[in-house]
Ligand binder design. Structure first.
Ligand code: DHB
Ligand code: MG
Length: 224
């Protein structure tokens, strides 16, 4: 059978070993993810590299992230924006934020990251109220029931051309269950509907397999 999680993992390992270099700071950030309130929820190394490549392809220097945890994806994003770039990342749990700051420091990019502790929707509202300059790239990877709220906030902090990536939109295939009682599935479905209804937004979704199991991303661009 091709549908073997073991084989998915082995292929990820092969791609990572061939194409994706993780330095000690990334390895330690990934491993310390186990000490957060959401163990092993960070993106896979080849997914982190994808985020970094997308940031560079977009030419993004201002990145917004919903869901920091140990800062693993934050390191990929912050390195990709370059030394004059900035990443703002929202984290609910103060203990996770402390772990993240240590990891960002070790990675040498703490000076270009703002770790904002608290409810992401409220943190985002404060940025909107402060008239914050729009972000070029947004990664939404926090509590899934809030996906629609996070998209709304992202759009308020965006400009035409801003690219938004949403993690975990497949959930082992559960995404197609319209009657699911899982609020995380509901959060994904609601945000996809919202995207589809907004004619400013161009989007697609991709399924992924690998060390994160069977899941996927939605990628969208604000056209105007
Ligand atoms: C979960 C959350 C994530 O962001 C992820 O990438 C994997 C799993 C979760 O809620 O279990
Ligand atoms: Mg995720």
């Amino acid at each position: 059978m091709y549908e073997s999680e073991g084989l998915w993992r082995d292929v990820d390992a092969y791609f990572v070993e061939t194409l994706v270099h993780e330095d000690d700071a990334l390895v330690q950030a990934r491993q310390s993810g186990r000490s957060t309130t959401m163990p092993q929820a960070e993106v896979a190394p080849n997914q982190g590299k994808l985020l970094a490549l997308l940031v560079q392809m977009v030419g993004a220097t201002r990145v917004l992230e919903f869901g920091t945890l140990a800062g693993y994806s934050t390191i990929w994003l912050a390195r990709a924006v370059g030394e004059h770039g900035h990443v703002t990342t929202f984290e609910l749990e103060p203990e996770n934020a402390n772990i993240a700051r240590e990891n960002l420091e070790r990675a040498g990019i703490l000076d270009r990251v703002g770790v904002v502790v608290g409810k992401a929707a409220e943190s985002a509202r404060r940025l909107v109220e402060a008239g914050t300059e729009p972000y070029d790239f947004v990664f939404i990877d926090a509590d899934k029931p809030s996906n629609p709220a996070y998209l709304e906030a992202s759009l308020q902090l965006s400009r035409p051309g801003t690219v938004i990536v949403i993690d975990n939109v497949v959930r082992n295939g559960a995404v197609i269950d319209a009657s699911s009682s899982d609020e995380r599935v509901g959060g994904v479905r609601a945000v996809l509907t919202r995207i589809a209804e907004d004619d400013r937004l161009d989007a697609t979704s991709l399924q992924t397999v690998g060390v994160k199991g069977w899941d996927g991303f939605t990628i969208l661009r604000r056209a105007r």
